[in-house]
Design a protein around this ligand. Structure first.
Ligand SMILES: C[S@@+](CC[C@H](N)C(=O)[O-])C[C@H]1O[C@@H](n2cnc3c(N)ncnc32)[C@H](O)[C@@H]1O
Length: 284
């Protein structure tokens, strides 16, 4: 089954929501600790949006390797990110698995990021796993990342979901829907609706340093009856995820709930918040 989050339209639409959400203090700590010419690995690279972000941070040299399970996303990342950088005035040169831009080599690969990172022996300066830790088993993933980090290497986990799903205006079935949605996430193999707190706890007890933690909640709200960028599409994907998860009929009022939410979205009246953390860890 294709992961329901591995959709190009959804990931493109979520970009402006992520940008608003990132915890600035965690980002600043990351940039202060990042070496020059870093070797970067990204797990679950999606549409490759970390690459323009690295350049925006001033990382114009080093190596980036993004591993993503969905092949269509890998193809898209290679072409869409090269085109984006070209439009921004860079001169990306195509390579086997991606491109070279300034002195940064960029490769996007299809595959299992956890298997791929296992082949990296203590060689990474930066591991990025964005909106990823709730779709894998947290403990083995962290163990694999720890083995791959160089001494003092950094692991950055932005947009890590942590069991908060809030829609407004209020509806009588909200609490039942939220609980059933999180239960349905947890019932799926390797999914964890509480990945954020799990990671906070695990990294807090690990041998390295948990350098920074901040909330990075998604907050989407209409302004004058409409949504910025593609955020109406983003919300409609979120409602689809909830509807898929609750298709088994466990919440009696669900039909009314979802119809009301879709009407509110169409009318530009629906707001949504998801609770998440950004975490930054430094290996010993
Ligand atoms: C919620 S999306 C986030 C994508 C991207 N990091 C972003 O924030 O835009 C999670 C991504 O992880 C990918 N994924 C899930 N498990 C994976 C694995 N074991 N190896 C590689 N990719 C994986 C999915 O295909 C999906 O694209």
């Amino acid at each position: 089954m294709v992961d329901d989050h591995a959709r190009i339209d959804y990931l493109n639409a979520k970009r402006s929501v992520d940008e608003r959400a990132f915890a600035r203090s965690v980002r600043e700590r990351l940039l202060a600790a990042l070496p020059e010419r870093p070797t970067v690995f990204e797990a679950g690279a999606g549409t490759g949006v970390t690459v323009p972000r690295l350049l925006e941070w001033g990382v114009e040299a080093g190596r980036y390797r993004g591993v993503e399970r969905a092949e269509a996303l890998v193809e898209h990342a290679r072409t869409a990110r090269a085109a984006e950088l070209e439009a921004a005035g860079y001169d990306p040169v195509e390579t086997d698995r991606g491109f070279r831009v300034e002195e940064l080599s960029v490769a996007f690969e299809a595959g299992d990021a956890l298997a791929a990172v296992d082949g990296v022996d203590a060689g990474l300066d930066l591991l990025v796993a964005q909106a990823f830790m709730d779709v894998v088993a947290v403990e083995p993933a962290v163990a694999a990342f720890e083995r791959a980090l160089s001494p003092g290497g950094l692991a950055y986990f932005p947009i890590t979901f942590d069991a908060g799903t809030i829609f407004q205006p209020s509806h009588p079935a909200d609490d039942a829907v939220e609980r059933a949605y999180h239960r349905a996430i947890d019932a799926r193999e390797s999914r964890d609706s509480r990945a954020g707190r799990r990671l906070l706890d695990l990294l807090g007890r690990a041998d390295g340093d948990l350098l920074a933690v901040g909330a990075s909640d998604w907050v989407v709200r209409p302004r004058d009856g409409s949504y910025p960028a593609d955020e109406a599409l983003f919300l409609s994907c979120i409602l689809d995820f909830v509807a898929d998860a609750l298709a088994g009929g466990e919440v009696a009022e669900f039909d009314d709930w979802i119809e009301t939410r879709r009407d509110q979205l169409a009318a530009g009246e629906l707001s949504y918040v998801a609770h998440q953390y950004d975490l930054l860890y430094r290996a010993p």
